[in-house]
Design a protein around this ligand. Structure first.
Ligand SMILES: Nc1nc2c(c(=O)[nH]1)N[C@H]1C(S)=C(S)[C@@H](COP(=O)(O)OP(=O)(O)OC[C@H]3O[C@@H](n4cnc5c(=O)[nH]c(N)nc54)[C@H](O)[C@@H]3O)O[C@H]1N2
Ligand SMILES: Nc1nc2c(c(=O)[nH]1)N[C@H]1C(S)=C(S)[C@@H](COP(=O)(O)OP(=O)(O)OC[C@H]3O[C@@H](n4cnc5c(=O)[nH]c(N)nc54)[C@H](O)[C@@H]3O)O[C@H]1N2
Ligand code: SF4
Ligand SMILES: [Mo]
Length: 695
């Protein structure tokens, strides 16, 4: 008889990556130090047993042969990788950081040090660790604009609070609109719920400038020009009002809709929008009729439409649609952008250590790290130049806009750079002191979500790999060496800290949340559907956007939904518009080091319309250069008919080194802050295209 295979033990965990899905995981453990496959938990009703391929093979990342395992001092040139570094002890590394930070503070003031982070992990204890050090030491603050700055403002303008209808209600929807997102790549779980609805006959509409794998599954794909969503939304509203699909009783009771809004929309005809979006009038009308034909219409808003200079206005315009038809009132109707505000009970200020601040410090815009590091006085304000960076959870040498300036800044000899990382990223390679970081499988943390409503706690499953330490541990040790008084924020363990933050909420302890594999904080039907009022003081949905209160001091954004002509329009010298969309098997730059993902993504590729290719005899695999006033990028071409002529798509945040001339795609993206309060315009660039050479 064959001996039965011993059952692999699976451990509950939570995916820490910057992804709206925040999946509940089951991690196979092979031995005390090693994990096997990772699965989606079936016990979480949103994850529903499904996760993305890149996290399913997480063993590739956590046990990567090039995972950083010891602290190192740079002894060779910047940017050369491991050969430039010499291992040192943790004591030496931390002492050197403390000494340099103390010297810089004495000479230039504490604000010359800029702790810089983003959401490499979304866990609250480890993510907010950088802030705890910042506030304790009076270092410069960081304006967090790189991802949701624009979209938050756009959603806030209409709805007034960051929450929406539960995506599990998709099973009741008859029309589902994925607008400016590509969930097949960026949050696979949305597709699980959409596919269930589709099996029952629900129709899927996708609004995206190119035929993404999500769009390929749609009943109707509206392949508009980037940055023109405001025009499309207005024309749809025009048609809904014209053809009697508007719910006037709803508008009267729940919104600030007036005859002035109706009059404004009366001029926003499908032919007006067709001119701007590049769609046909027929497509726009077909969409309006489909959308208006049922109140069970659900819009899942992605970030894509917001990453333009007019992005906030686009978000606002799209969020107006369910208010016109009254879709918010019914099960399976309404919209979701993100659920952040349902977690207000958790004391994030405590975790960020805001109470440690003894005085206000200047705030530097993270999306403008290039201009900041190269000494732009408007960015630095009346503070000193940045003389030291302390980086956790992010890879700005690749992900930040105006990349040539970022590179120039990182090369400064007088800039002391500390990077705490899991991998030898291109940012890590610039460090003077490089510290190895744990992954979520090696530390404890609490996770909220944006695409669903659970709060979850994940605990270490394997010990720290090599000599790696968590963000919290590093920050605690540094605070002590820098002479900060012994606040519990620097003496508590991660779990103790999380319990402190949970204490004043109505939630149980971190241990109990972990034991229950998460707690669902879904709101009542009436609250989730805003039947008890929207987030504004008057309880109404706002067609009239108060951009001034959101930071647009000059009032450049249109008050009523419209097409704001703020985008970088193509011109004779730059006849193309560029969209830099997310790749399926990378997560920003994370996983761009794993063999499984690189094999799938192949190489940096420009998707170009066949007509545009024909003009320059560009064939598949030819090298092409894309350029504008900010820089040039050389990569491989792919003729692709799922995009309008004049629009070029480049997927994925590949390392600079993967491009033919060693500079990555963000060299073409401007660091100009979007209205109303800053944000990076990753999908808003005019460029030229030149064939380089045939391979
Ligand atoms: N696999 C994978 N998953 C990820 C990420 C990743 O890089 N890879 N990144 C993670 C992060 S940090 C985030 S914030 C989310 C982002 O996830 P998404 O919400 O999906 O947003 P975007 O990354 O901006 O791009 C999504 C789509 O928007 C489209 N788009 C671009 N411009 C416009 C426009 O003007 N109008 C419209 N309608 N669409 C437009 C793009 O073509 C793209 O297909 O995903 C997360 N998940
Ligand atoms: N062209 C273009 N550029 C973009 C975008 C785009 O769509 N197009 N998207 C933008 C968006 S939405 C975002 S959010 C940003 C994201 O940009 P980043 O925040 O830089 O995201 P990642 O590239 O994934 O880098 C996160 C890093 O954190 C590290 N890390 C993970 N966990 C931990 C931890 O616990 N401790 C420490 N110390 N490190 C950890 C990972 O190893 C990884 O190198 O990129 C932006 N850049
Ligand atoms: S879909 Fe997103 S949250 Fe889920 S496992 Fe993949 S990266 Fe993590
Ligand atoms: Mo993001």
């Amino acid at each position: 008889m064959k001996a039965s295979k011993p059952e692999t033990i699976k451990h509950y965990a939570v995916c820490p990556h910057d992804c709206p899905s925040t999946c509940a995981l089951e991690v196979e453990k092979k031995d005390a130090n090693t994990i096997g496959r990772v699965h989606g938990s079936k016990r979480n009703s949103y994850t529903a047993g499904v996760i993305c391929a890149k996290v399913a093979r997480y063993a590739e990342r956590v046990h990567h042969p090039e995972r950083l395992s010891v602290p190192m001092r740079r002894t060779g040139p910047r940017g050369q990788g491991l050969s430039s570094f010499t291992p040192i002890s943790w004591d030496e590394a931390l002492q050197e950081i403390a000494t340099r930070f103390t010297q810089i503070t004495a000479e230039f003031g504490a604000q010359a040090i800029w702790p810089y982070f983003y959401a490499g992990t979304m866990g609250w204890c480890q993510l907010a660790a950088t802030h705890r050090l910042r506030y304790a030491m009076g270092y410069s603050r960081q304006k967090e604009t790189i991802c949701v700055g624009i979209s938050n403002a756009g959603w806030q303008a209409g709805v007034g609070t960051k929450r929406g209808v539960d995506a599990r209600e998709l099973s009741h929807s008859e029309v589902i609109v994925v607008w400016g997102g590509n969930p097949v790549h960026t949050q696979i779980n949305v597709m699980t719920h959409i596919q269930q609805a589709a099996r029952r006959g629900a129709k899927l509409v996708v609004v995206d400038p190119y035929r993404t794998p999500t769009a390929a599954k749609a009943d109707l794909h509206l392949m508009l020009r980037p940055g023109t969503d405001g025009a499309l939304a207005c024309a749809v509203m025009h048609q809904l009002l014209k053809e009697g699909y508007a719910d006037h009783a709803y508008l009267e009771k729940y919104t600030d809709f007036t005859p002035e809004v109706a009059e404004h929309l009366a001029s926003k005809t499908p032919s007006w929008a067709a001119e701007i979006t590049g769609l046909s009038c027929e497509q726009i009308i077909e969409f309006a009729r489909l959308y208006g034909g049922t109140q069970r219409s659900y819009i899942r808003l992605g970030y894509g439409m917001s990453r333009s200079r007019n992005g906030a206005s686009n978000m606002h315009a799209v969020s107006c649609l369910p208010a016109i038809t009254g879709a918010w009132q019914v099960e399976g109707g309404g919209a979701l952008y993100g659920h952040g505000d349902i977690y207000k009970g958790i004391d994030k200020d405590l975790l960020q250590g805001k109470s440690l601040a003894t005085h206000a410090t200047r705030e530097l815009d993270m999306s403008r790290i290039g201009p900041v590091l190269t000494g732009n006085q408007d960015d630095l304000g009346d503070g000193p130049p940045v003389k030291a960076l302390f980086i956790q959870n992010t890879n700005p040498m690749v992900v930040a806009p105006d990349l040539n300036k970022v590179h120039q800044g990182f090369k400064r000899d007088d800039l002391f750079i500390v990077v705490h990382e899991q991998m030898m990223t291109e940012t890590a390679a610039m460090a003077d002191i490089l510290l190895p970081a744990t992954t979520f499988l090696e530390h404890d943390d609490l996770y909220t979500a944006s695409g669903h409503t659970h709060v979850q706690v994940s605990k270490a499953i394997i010990p720290p790999q090599g000599d790696s330490r968590s963000n919290h541990d590093v920050v605690c040790a540094l605070a002590q060496l820098l002479g900060h008084e012994r606040s519990t924020l620097f003496t508590h363990s991660s779990m103790e800290l999380l319990n402190q933050a949970l204490k004043h909420s109505s939630l149980p302890s971190a241990e109990e949340i972990h034991a229950q594999e998460g707690i669902d904080l879904a709101e009542s039907f009436a609250d989730a559907h805003f039947l008890n009022g929207f987030g504004h003081a008057d309880g109404r949905f706002h067609f009239f956007a108060d951009w001034q209160s959101l930071g647009d001091a000059e009032g450049k954004l249109p008050v009523l939904p419209d097409h704001a002509e703020l985008i970088e329009a193509a011109d004779c010298d730059h006849p193309f518009r560029l969209v830099t969309a997310p790749a399926r098997t990378f997560l920003n730059t994370s996983f761009s080091e794993t063999p499984g993902s690189v094999k799938k993504e192949k190489r940096p590729t420009a998707f170009i319309h066949p007509n545009d290719c024909a003009e320059q005899s560009i064939n598949e695999g030819d090298l092409v250069t894309l350029g504008n006033s900010l820089g040039q990028v050389t990569l491989w071409a792919k003729p692709f008919d799922g995009v309008q002529p004049g629009v070029i798509i480049v997927e994925g945040l590949w390392p600079n080194a993967a491009f033919a001339e060693g500079v990555g795609i963000n060299a073409l993206v401007s660091a100009e802050p979007a209205l109303p309060r800053g944000g990076a315009v990753f999908h808003d660039a005019k460029i030229w295209l030149r064939k380089k050479q045939a391979l």
